[in-house]
Design a binder for this molecule. Structure first.
Ligand code: ADP
Ligand code: MG
Length: 338
């Protein structure tokens, strides 16, 4: 072969190699900037995903499936053979559960102790009696409430790494941590997929992953709208409020967050509490706990868990903890910051 032909062939080969490399790199670049947005129903609520990264679609699919599985195999008291169903069914005995379920319940018990019982997963029988959000609510009578109240008490729950035992007449309800747990599980899966950034919301619990985002706080008087926003940087946000699930009877409003001391919906001057912290479970449990405890008592609890919060009161004033004062913005003229 002529020397000049050889030279042409090697130049062409180099160009081809370069084209392949550039092609692969740009394919990778396009994939890594893939963005998946989707909405679904799970845990009796709307879940929405906004995930960016190479495997955004696979991560979205797996997280969705995982959350549905989580409810069916661990968290739901309704689904036969779930961990919670078996704990309730086996009341009075040691029931073996997954290590994850045991550790979530353990964390819930810590928050019960730190909130002096304002947060208590043993309200299960009472939440079933009230059945708020079912559309078939009937005002329960005082005697039934007081009888069921006797069995409420987180101190009667015993756990090991792989088992949970509640007292004979007790029933647990993980409704106040389920959505937060879903955010934590989603976070681990996003790590596994090396996702660039994501926002996942499971009802009132939101995970802002590897990015900063402005998160809207629902207006308790019109929950389709926001009354404020907060800047969240790689954390979880959870809101509990009296406007989410409630019914009216005898001219009174009965919402779904119960005071474990009275057995009735918590009486408070709050409309909602939004908690921001690193863990989804903590944010979810703390928002419920703070709603029951009220503003003043909540501050110490929030401090202990390194959490920040926004309190919306029924006189349309708002209190924001010090750590998020600068990132909080009112977006509705109907509210004022205290
Ligand atoms: P949501 O589930 O609507 O986001 P929360 O996170 O505040 O609202 O949880 C409320 C649910 O938790 C109730 O529907 C009930 O199942 C359960 N629950 C009610 N009161 C308490 C309480 N004081 N402590 C623990 N769980 C509670
Ligand atoms: Mg909660």
């Amino acid at each position: 072969m002529k020397k000049s032909n050889k030279k042409v062939i090697s130049i062409v080969a180099v160009i081809l190699c370069a084209a392949i490399v550039i092609g692969l790199v740009s394919y990778d670049f396009v994939k890594s900037s893939l963005s998946v947005e989707s909405t679904d129903i799970a845990m009796g609520t709307v879940i929405s995903f906004s995930i960016k990264g190479k495997d955004a679609q696979a991560a979205t699919d797996e997280i969705k499936e995982f959350i549905i599985g989580l409810e069916n195999s661990c968290l739901s008291w309704r689904v036969e053979e779930s961990d919670v169903w078996r704990i309730n069914y086996g009341a009075g005995t040691d029931v073996s559960v997954s290590t994850e379920t045991a550790s979530w319940i353990g964390r819930a018990l810590d928050i019960s102790a730190d909130s002096e019982g304002a947060f208590d997963i043993t309200v299960g029988k009472l939440t079933r009696l009230w059945n708020i959000g079912s559309g078939e609510e009937v005002l329960p009578d005082k005697e039934t409430i007081s009888t069921l109240l006797d069995d409420v008490g987180y101190k009667k729950v015993f756990i090991s790494d792989t088992s949970v035992k509640i007292e004979n007449c007790q029933a647990i309800d993980l409704g106040a941590i389920g959505k937060g747990v879903a955010c934590d599980v989603a976070k681990d899966l996003l790590d596994d997929y090396s996702i660039k950034e994501a926002i996942i919301s499971v009802g009132g619990s939101i995970l802002v992953y590897n990015q900063k985002a402005s998160v809207g706080i629902a207006d308790p008087s019109n929950s389709q709208k926001h009354m404020a926003t907060i800047e969240v940087d790689n954390q979880c946000v959870s809101t509990s409020g009296d406007y989410e699930r409630f019914f009216e009877a005898d001219g009174k409003k009965y919402h779904h967050i119960l005071d474990p001391e009275t057995g009735y919906p918590a009486i408070t001057d709050l409309r909602s509490v939004t908690v921001i912290c690193d863990s989804g479970l903590d944010a979810d449990a703390l928002s419920t706990a703070c709603f029951v405890m009220g503003y003043r008592k909540s501050l110490e609890l929030l401090n202990k868990y390194d959490a920040e919060a926004v309190f919306v009161f029924d006189n349309n004033t708002v209190s924001v903890t010090d750590g998020i004062k600068d990132s909080f913005k009112l977006t509705s003229d109907n509210y004022t910051v205290e």
